[in-house]
Structure formats: C-alpha cells, structure tokens
Design a protein around this ligand. Structure first.
Ligand SMILES: NC(=O)c1ccc[n+]([C@@H]2O[C@H](COP(=O)([O-])OP(=O)(O)OC[C@H]3O[C@@H](n4cnc5c(N)ncnc54)[C@H](O)[C@@H]3O)[C@@H](O)[C@H]2O)c1
Length: 416
C-alpha cells in the first residue's frame, strides 16, 4: 500500500477493480470527454483532492484525472457510502486514498484533513466538506488552491452562505447547478436508486403502500415519480406553495407531516433541511413504519430522538434498524438515516453519474484553465459546456436534435 493511504485492506482490490471496470464500460460520455478534453495537458501536474461518495463511479472519475496527468487524493463524503474494495483498487492503481467504510465521525474528519494534507490545487467536493475545512482550520493550504467544484444542493447552499458573508476566498463551480446535473441526477438518479435501495434493504412490496415524500424539489419529484410507478400512493410534504401546487397538479396528495405521519407506511426525506421527521411524528406512526433519508446528510430524520423514545433497538435486517417503542410499535430506520441510495445501495445508476461526473470533469478542466480569471465566489459551469454534455449524451443514445432554420431563428428574435 502507498504509505500515504489509509484504507481497510488492500487485498480487497480485485473486487474493487471489477466494479471500476464495469463503470468504465458504461460511462461513455465521461470517457469521451476524457479523450477529447482532459487529455489536452491542462491537468498535467495538478494536485486534485476529491471528497465524493467513494464508490466505483467516483473512482473512475479519479482515475481519469490521474490518466490526464494529475496527482489525485481521494476520500469519501460519507463513511457509510465508502466501499473498501474500491478504495483498495484505487490504492493499487497508485492514488492516495483516506477512507474506511463506517468510520466514526472523528475518523471521517481525520480522513478529510489527511486529504487536505496532500496539498491540492483543485478540489472536487460534495457537501462542501473540504472547502469549509480549508477556510476554517486549514487556511495554511488556501493560497495554493485555484478553485473547487461542488457536487450537491446542500454543498452549494453552504458555499452561497459563505459567499454572502464574504468568507469564500476561492472560485467554486456549482456543478450541481448545471442542467446536466440536477435535472437528471437529483431527479431520476435519486428516484431510481432510492427505490432500489429501499427494496433491497427491506424485500417488501410497494404496490398499495402509502409513501410520504418530504420535499418536492428535484429529489422529491424523482422519488414521487418512481414510487408511484411501483404502485404506491404518494403524499407530498412541502413548505413552498409553488412546489406544493406542482405536486398537487400531477395528482399527489399534499399534506402536513403531522397529518401524514399516522397515514404513511414509508417516509422518505429529500428536503436538504433538518429535523423533518421528529419525535411527535414517530409517536403517531403505524407499527412497522419505514423511514429513509435521501436528502441532507444524516440530519433530516431526528435519529437521536427516535433512539431516546425506543425501549429496544436491534438490527432487523442488514441496513435496517428496528426501534421498539414503549407501546410495542416498531419503527424501522434504513441505513441509520444516512443517504439511503448510497449507504444501502450503489448510488445513482452509472449513466446518471456519467453525466454528473462529465460536469465535474469539465468543471475541473475549466478551473485548471480559467481559475485565474474567476473571482472568489460561486460560479455556474459555462452554458456551452453544459450543452455539450447534453448533446453528447443524446448522441450516445442514438437520438438526434432538430436544428432551427435561419428564418425560424429570425422569427423568434424579432418583435414585429
Ligand atoms: N440522495 C442523493 O443521491 C441526492 C442527490 C442529489 C441531491 N441530494 C440532496 O437532496 C436534498 C434536496 O435536493 P434538491 O435538489 O431536491 O433541492 P431543492 O431545493 O430542489 O428541493 C428541496 C425542497 O424541499 C423543500 N423543503 C425545504 N424545507 C422543507 C420542510 N421543512 N418540509 C418540507 N419541505 C421542505 C423545499 O421547499 C424544496 O422544494 C439536498 O440536501 C441535496 O443535497 C441528494
């Protein structure tokens, strides 16, 4: 093992290698962009630190940076999504890795710091884990960092809060805000992978069940769509009147959590906020209610409160914790309230991450070439790059776009 890495067991590498190869054989857009753009020499000698859910798709992205000539250090953005065999394979391929599945909070923090110790000049972040630490406790490393790209909604919110306070000192591309990211990854990726994770964890039927989806943003829309597709009745809980109305307009019931709590069989949070499922909700839920989170880290479900009111706690199945309440009712929490689609499954489908990581790869490439012209703050990926990813994906699907005729373009631009 490279002396600088911290992983569980390097002998797990063959299985991790198979997983990475599977991704490589399906991530056609990312491979195409690596050949067309990353290979132009602008990543040669760069030091890239990555803190993203550490499974095979992330590993493939890290590997393409390495193939483009960069030195790469990788850690996970949540210890429950880290796959030890994938970490082992990356170390065998010569990358620096600090990540172990299921690490406690202190060890996870240490892994993030070790990844910063690597001394990056470019960062790929998820949830702003590296960028916030860089600005708070690792300011010694800040001057060397040209820029970062951020994977998810919650991270972008944190970065925008830093920007508002004048605390963000580097340019960050909000990869999440690219249309090729949130329109597909947050919606269809989370929809499919959350559904498959819950099915794998429980082996239960969805048809005829009542599923309560908290939040009807991109993530919530995907959840509601996929669970309805499997025959569930969906109740949406929202705070935003437009999003609530959108949910109502496609036939979902919109209720408060207080009303939905006694009605639901399965509860899934996807708001990006905290304390969505709380003690007063657990107290009125049906026996056997299932809880899962697909939104903000591990804070959407108040797991501490659930644990407090439980008289007994046991592992009912792999990835399912059963809490027995004083009156005998049982509540089942999947993946300890961490992101269910990643902690209890392999995360988004490969083709979804093919697009999201094309956004990340081209964001890093853009930063490598243009960071010096970008002010500190949160930036969007240039629209032409976003569009190039969508066009490439459509081409790979064998689909073709119509081109507007010159007279049509002139017509829509004119006012007479
Ligand atoms: N599981 C995954 O793989 C995955 C993928 C992408 C995003 N995410 C995370 O999912 C979360 C949501 O992302 P998004 O892109 O859908 O964001 P979004 O901003 O589009 O949607 C969030 C929705 O939640 C609603 N909301 C906020 N507080 C609420 C409350 N107290 N009760 C009910 N609804 C509330 C908002 O009004 C909004 O409509 C973020 O934390 C994001 O980081 C997870």
């Amino acid at each position: 093992m490279a002396p600088t890495s911290t992983i569980l067991d390097e002998s797990l590498a063959p299985e991790g290698e198979r997983k990475i190869e599977w991704v490589a054989s399906h991530a056609h857009s990312l491979t195409a962009f690596a050949r067309r753009r990353l290979s132009d020499g602008s990543l040669r000698g760069r030091r890239i630190a990555i803190a993203v859910h550490l499974e095979a798709k992330t590993a493939y992205l890290a590997w393409l940076f390495r193939e483009a000539g960069a030195e790469v250090a990788v850690t996970g953005s949540n210890p429950f999504s880290t796959q030890d065999d994938v970490c082992a394979a990356l170390v065998r391929r010569g990358l620096t890795v600090h990540a172990i599945h299921g690490a406690d909070a202190q060890t996870f923090d240490a892994h993030l710091h070790k990844t910063l110790d690597f001394g990056p000049d470019l960062i790929v972040d998820d949830g702003a884990e590296l960028v916030t630490r860089l600005h708070e406790s690792r300011r010694d490393l800040l001057a060397a960092v040209r820029g970062a790209s951020e994977e998810t909604t919650s991270g972008v919110l944190r970065l925008k809060a830093m920007e508002r306070e004048g605390a963000l000192e580097i340019p960050v591309i909000a990869a999440n805000d690219a249309r090729c990211k949130h329109l597909f990854d947050n919606r269809y990726g989370t929809g499919q992978s959350t559904l498959t994770a819950i099915l794998a964890a429980t082996n239960l039927l969805l048809a005829g069940k009542t599923v309560v989806v908290a939040g009807y943003g991109w993530v919530g829309q995907g959840l509601a769509l996929y669970f309805r597709g499997f025959g569930a009745r969906v109740i949406v809980v929202e705070v935003d009147p437009f999003r609530g109305l959108e949910a109502a307009s496609v036939g979902f019931d919109v209720q408060t959590m207080a009303d939905a709590a006694p009605a639901g069989d399965i509860f899934i949070t996807g708001t990006g906020s905290i304390g969505i499922l709380r003690r007063e909700h657990f107290e009125v839920m049906k026996d056997g209610a299932l809880l899962a989170n697909s939104g903000n880290f591990a804070h959407e479900i108040d797991v501490a409160a659930l644990s407090q009111i439980a008289v007994e706690e046991r592992e009912a199945r792999r990835n399912v914790t059963e809490y027995v309440l004083a009156d005998g009712r049982r509540i089942h929490l999947i993946a300890q309230g961490a992101l269910v689609n990643i902690a209890a499954s392999d995360g988004h489908p490969v083709e979804i991450m093919d697009m999201s990581f094309s956004v990340q790869a081209l964001s890093v490439h853009h930063l490598a070439n243009h960071a010096q012209e970008m002010k500190p703050g949160v930036h969007r990926l240039p629209a032409d790059i976003d569009e190039a990813i969508a066009r490439t994906r459509l081409e790979l699907l064998g689909m073709h776009l119509e081109s507007a005729r010159p007279e049509q373009e002139a017509y829509v631009r004119s006012w007479r």
